[in-house]
Every structure is written in structure tokens, then in C-alpha cells.
Write a protein that binds this ligand. Structure first.
Ligand SMILES: [Zn+2]
Length: 339
């Protein structure tokens, strides 16, 4: 197969890379359909290393940067909330036995901190992607003042930058990847740039008054900052504290006053409180739609488009902008979403 994106050999790679990069840049700028970009990079031989990722977004970044040659084991599965995830004994054994461990950090994996420290103390590479970004680019974390808001993957440009932190540890455990990884990172960042351009174009079609994103927990602040959406959530940055009634009442009042058309549930958080918002608004004569189910802290099923970072973000951007009254393609950026 020849997508123009896969790595046959270093020589071939070097020969086509500059041309390919300029194509990517041109496509990103022009927002042309470019379905090949949405596909996982074709792979050279899989390199057998025991790499563990805490959450799927991180595991996907490892796959992207290694051009599909390293498959990380992901601990937190589909629809599971990493804030509450408690590693089992088997997970702890897996972490302690890994060649390298990758996570997000800034307290996203609130109950894995101790074991990550143990892995680090054993001399293994442990990289927490969000913690490698300059602090001034990060938002505050009201739940944990010693940390920043961990949900950095919601801004594709930040996530593409953070993916650079994977290169040194991967090169340490798999030196044969060294050359291919720079190209894998370039391609991943080009895809992040394309998601970013898609979101910026889409939000421009949302009526200004409707640029309010109401979700179950506060995972979307980076998304809101990047795309100019006001963010409201029922729970805070972590899902550990319960939603409170006064907070829900205040949000209902806001929905009604602003005539916000839709609110959103999340695949990894129960939707009870979101439904309470909708009922509260309806009781005051304002019908709020359920805009859809967003991927906040977990991705879709592994092996599907929604089980990739790119698919997750395409789904989120498309679902949010459509429900808020914007114009987006019915099946998303690459035509790969369910209509
Ligand atoms: Zn979260």
C-alpha cells in the first residue's frame, strides 16, 4: 500500500519527506479533503518493547510518534474516568515491569502518583506529557493548586507540542526508531494543525451568542481558550467532588438567560447532572437539547476511528459546533464519523 505517509526505509523516507511536508502544509492551509491523513501510519516491523501508557490519548501519541512501531499498553480503558481510576495489582505489576511509562500528569492520574514515582525511582523513563509543557501555557487547577489543568489534549496545538517529549525516552529504549520518530512527530503535528484549522473554521460559523460549552466536568477549558468558547461545567477539573445543587441551579439560570441551545454529556462521566440541567431549563420554559456525548478524558473503542486521538477530536469538534448552530460536514473532517 502507498498512502504517501508510511515509512518504508530511511532512504525512501528522506527522499520524499520535504515534498510530503509541503503537501501537508498546503493541505492544512487550504482545508482540502485529505483522507490519507486520517489513517494510522502504516508500519514497519513492530518493535517489541514493554511500554505502558496511562490513558489512551497518550498511547495513541506513542503510536503516532513511533510511526506505529511501538504499541503501548493502555491502562485506563474506553469510557473509564482517569481521575477516579485506581490501578489493580496487575496494573501495578505492569507499570513496574515496563521499559518506559507515559502519562499526562498534573494530577490527571490522581491515584497513580505513588506507583509512577516507584517506576521512576527504579530508573525507568517516566514522562508525563502535560508536565513537559511550559507552565505559562497551562491553565490553573483549582482543585490542586500545586498542579495545572491536566486536560491539555483538548488543544491540538498544545498536544502536538507535548508529543515532542516522547522522543528522547523512546529513542533511549528503541534506538532503531531514532530517525523515523522525527518524521512521525512532524506528521502527527501536521494532523493536529489540521484539526485545529477545522475547529477554528467551524467555530466561526457558530452564532456568537451561542459560543457556550456546558459539559459534565471541566475538561474543556483548553478547548474553550483556543476556540473562543465560554466553558461551564457541573463538576470541577477532577470528578472526585460531587456536583452540588446550588451549582446546578446557577447553571440552569444561565442556560435560560442566554438561550443556550445544547448541553453535552461525556463518555467517561455519568450524565445524571446533565439531565438535571435539561429538566431544570425545561421547567423554566427553555428547551435545551442534549448536544451529544463527548470524549473528554477517554477515547472510543480501540481499533476504531473514535479510538484515535484524531477521531476523538474530530467527533468532539463536529458534535459541539453542530449542536451550537455551526456548519460542519455531516460526517466530520474526514467523512469518517457516523452521520
Ligand atoms: Zn477530566
Amino acid at each position: 500500500m502507498s498512502t504517501g505517509l508510511h515509512l518504508n526505509s530511511h532512504a525512501d523516507d528522506n527522499a520524499v519527506a520535504p515534498h510530503r511536508r509541503s503537501l501537508l502544509a498546503a493541505a492544512a492551509a487550504a482545508l482540502l479533503p485529505l483522507p490519507a491523513l486520517a489513517q494510522a501510519p502504516a508500519t514497519g516491523a513492530r518493535i517489541p518493547r514493554n511500554v505502558v501508557a496511562t490513558v489512551a490519548m497518550v498511547g495513541d501519541a506513542v503510536r503516532e510518534v513511533s510511526a506505529g512501531r511501538i504499541a503501548a499498553t493502555t491502562l485506563v480503558g474506553e469510557g473509564v474516568d482517569p481521575h477516579l481510576f485506581r490501578p489493580t495489582r496487575a496494573d501495578i505489576a505492569r507499570l513496574l515491569g515496563a521499559d518506559a511509562v507515559f502519562g499526562v500528569g498534573h494530577r490527571l492520574e490522581g491515584r497513580m502518583g505513588d506507583v509512577l514515582e516507584r517506576v521512576r525511582a527504579a530508573g525507568k523513563p517516566v514522562v508525563l506529557m502535560a508536565e513537559t509543557l511550559p507552565r505559562e501555557q497551562l491553565l490553573a487547577n483549582e482543585d490542586y493548586p500545586d498542579a495545572a489543568d491536566p486536560h491539555v489534549w483538548m488543544d491540538p496545538t498544545l498536544w502536538g507540542n507535548a508529543a515532542g517529549s516522547l522522543l528522547p525516552p523512546l529513542a533511549t529504549i528503541a534506538p532503531e526508531l531514532r530517525e523515523g520518530m522525527a518524521d512521525g512527530l512532524t506528521q502527527f503535528r501536521a494532523r493536529c494543525a489540521r484539526l485545529d484549522a477545522y475547529a477554528r473554521d467551524a467555530v466561526a460559523t457558530v452564532p456568537e451568542g451561542a459560543r457556550v460549552l456546558v459539559t459534565a466536568h471541566d475538561a474543556f477549558s483548553y478547548f474553550g481558550r483556543r476556540y473562543g468558547l465560554e466553558i461551564e461545567s457541573i463538576q470541577g477539573l477532577s470528578t472526585e467532588a460531587e456536583a452540588n445543587l446550588a451549582g446546578i441551579e446557577a447553571l440552569v439560570a444561565k442556560l435560560v438567560a442566554r438561550r443556550v441551545p445544547a448541553v453535552f454529556a461525556e463518555t467517561s462521566v455519568p450524565d445524571r447532572a446533565v439531565r438535571a440541567l435539561m429538566e431544570g431549563a425545561a421547567a423554566r420554559g427553555h428547551r435545551v437539547a442534549l448536544g451529544g456525548n463527548l470524549f473528554s478524558d477517554a477515547m472510543g473503542r480501540p481499533g476504531t476511528y473514535l479510538g484515535t486521538y484524531e477521531g476523538m477530536m474530530d467527533h468532539n469538534i463536529t458534535t459541539i459546533m453542530r449542536a451550537l448552530g455551526g456548519r460542519v460536514p455531516p460526517r466530520g473532517l474526514y467523512g469518517r464519523l457516523a452521520a
